[in-house]
Design a protein around this ligand. Structure first.
Ligand code: HEM
Length: 99
């Protein structure tokens, strides 16, 4: 299993709107090949940061989804006017080797 860990920080006062958008997410990714699940969270002391864990059976599956049409469709609901802290966005691919 791999985890794609993506993180960004919201620069304006829109953290609540982003939470609501995730809570109402389109669920397109749920049917993607190799998708196992996801969690979206914020550090308890930094609500403007969003950390998104998506779990996949293998890196190929994640990359195929990220390149494809569904990735863009899944992001149509990003709240209008959202501003991110420049340089705050990171994506890492992690290999899970024990649990
Ligand atoms: C850095 C800029 C990003 C922002 C601001 C952002 C924001 C959002 C928001 C607000 C949603 C809720 C649903 C919607 O908007 O329609 C969403 C969904 C999602 N995002 Fe992102 N996202 C970003 C990058 C990423 C990256 C790099 C990944 C890959 C790991 C990712 C994976 C997902 C997934 C899996 C969903 C759920 C899609 C679904 O339910 O079909 N996002 N994103």
């Amino acid at each position: 299993m791999i985890v794609a860990l993506s993180r960004f920080k919201i620069a304006n006062d829109m953290a609540e709107e982003v939470r609501v958008a995730f809570q109402n997410r389109p669920h397109l990714v749920d049917g993607a090949a190799g998708f196992l699940g996801m969690e979206v969270m914020s550090p308890t002391d930094s609500k403007s940061e969003i950390w998104l864990f998506t779990r996949w059976s293998d890196e190929q599956s994640y990359r195929a989804w990220h390149r494809g049409h569904d990735y863009h469709e899944s992001h149509k609901g990003i709240p209008k006017g959202l501003k991110l802290v420049q340089g705050s966005t990171t994506i890492g691919i992690f290999e899970v080797f024990a649990n």
